[in-house]
Design a protein around this ligand. Structure first.
Ligand code: F3S
Length: 391
């Protein structure tokens, strides 16, 4: 790998231990993946923020980083944590968990990271531009910015994204290079134009192709459909980028005429649905994976307006960012007749397994992770269908 004089000095420790550790990790990754050098990044988004997922080992690691003087050098945001930091007592969170979670958030803050704690930072908080190199963790978010914005990031893990944020650079390989952003398969999609169908589409495609870069025909997704597809494809497979004909910014840049075409229609969506649904009744309905946008908040509020929640044995959580929650007070008022509108957190990274064993969601990403990370049986349906459970 070619390093500049300054990068070599950082590697030699002349800029302190924090920067040295960061560049050691980035260079090691670059060597594994055949990078020719480093590239400047304009932002980072970090995962590994919930006490449930990183535990005491992660907390100690972050303390070491802060004690060593680590600071990020580019705008950086943080993924959801294990609880709403103001309303955690409504989520059955224990005092010990809450205390450690607040410490983790504070440690990230001390490193200069915006502790927004959302998986949709591209929705008004951390918004890259076309062609920007960035280092993002959170599989749904990085796929969204690669695909819908045309920013360039690999599928970073938490430590890699943090090292890049400290250094302001990442290794130049994979999706940072235009030639690696070419589609690998054409998806001929024939699906209903609903949000949930787009989530099932992402689930079906992730399951069928595993990795690679799909090029979609037959759909016109907006932000909401795009983010749920990105999330499901990354969870069911390992897809970090996709193109949509006539929609995403790089769709015209490649010749797809020789690629294999895979048809995804009703049968594939039904198969995906059947695999995800393992519960007939539920104790928790959790909506907002990835975090709800303002448009989704309005739609849910108008679905709920004038209705009553009849079942008291089922809780409902709505998950969004603090920014969106604060912008929609009237929607929040209507939704909270049914259940709390939570910020900073979600059903997967919160320790729900201590309270619930059967959870419903409208997100195929959550449908993948709730059984494995939260020991839940799952109901995965359209929001309107889910709300019928409690009406
Ligand atoms: Fe976001 Fe949690 Fe889903 S981090 S993408 S709401 S699993």
């Amino acid at each position: 790998m070619d390093l500049t004089k300054e990068e070599q000095s950082i590697l030699d420790g002349e800029f302190g231990e924090g920067a040295q550790k960061a560049i050691e990790l980035i260079v090691a990754l670059g060597k594994i993946y055949g990078a020719d050098g480093l590239v400047d990044i304009t932002s980072a988004h970090l995962s590994g923020a919930s006490y449930k997922t990183i535990g005491d080992g992660g907390l100690l690691y972050l303390e070491d980083m802060v004690n060593g003087g680590a600071k990020v050098t580019v705008p950086s945001t943080l993924n959801p944590v294990g609880m709403d930091r103001k309303r955690w007592n409504e989520m059955h969170i224990k005092d010990d968990f809450a205390e450690k979670q607040i410490r983790i958030i504070d440690l990230y803050g001390k490193m200069g990271i915006q502790t927004t704690c959302s998986c949709t930072p591209y929705d008004g908080v951390n918004v890259p531009k076309l062609g920007d190199h960035v280092a993002w963790a959170e599989s749904s978010a990085l796929s969204y910015v690669n695909s819908f914005i045309g920013a360039r990031t690999n599928r970073e893990g938490g430590p890699g994204a943090l090292a890049a944020a400290i250094l302001g650079k990442t290794a130049n390989y994979g999706l940072h290079l235009k030639e690696n952003r070419a589609p690998t398969v054409v998806i001929d999609a024939d699906i209903p134009d609903t949000l949930f169908s787009h989530s099932l589409l992402g689930q079906a495609v992730g399951s069928v192709i595993g990795g690679g870069i799909p090029y979609y025909r037959g759909i016109k997704p907006g932000m909401e459909e795009g983010k749920t597809m990105a999330a499901a494809m990354a969870a069911a497979g390992a897809v970090a980028m996709f193109h949509v004909e006539g929609v995403t910014p790089e769709w015209k840049d490649f010749d797809v005429s020789e690629l294999e075409v895979v048809h995804i229609g009703k049968k594939e969506l039904d198969d995906a649905y059947d695999k995800l649904n393992t519960a007939d009744d539920v104790q928790l309905i959790a909506i907002g994976c990835p975090h709800l946008t303002e448009k989704e908040m309005h739609e849910i509020a108008s679905l709920l307006k004038g209705k009553k929640k009849r079942r008291t044995d089922v809780e409902i959580w709505f998950c969004t960012s603090e920014r969106v929650r604060s912008k929609c007070p009237e929607d929040v008022r209507i939704m909270e007749e049914f259940g709390p509108v939570l910020a900073d957190t979600c059903m997967v990274v919160s320790p729900i397994e201590g309270t619930f064993s059967r959870t419903a969601t409208n997100s195929c990403k959550a449908g993948n992770y709730l059984p494995t990370l939260c020991s839940q049986k799952v109901m995965c349906k359209d929001i309107a269908e889910l709300l019928k459970v409690v009406e």
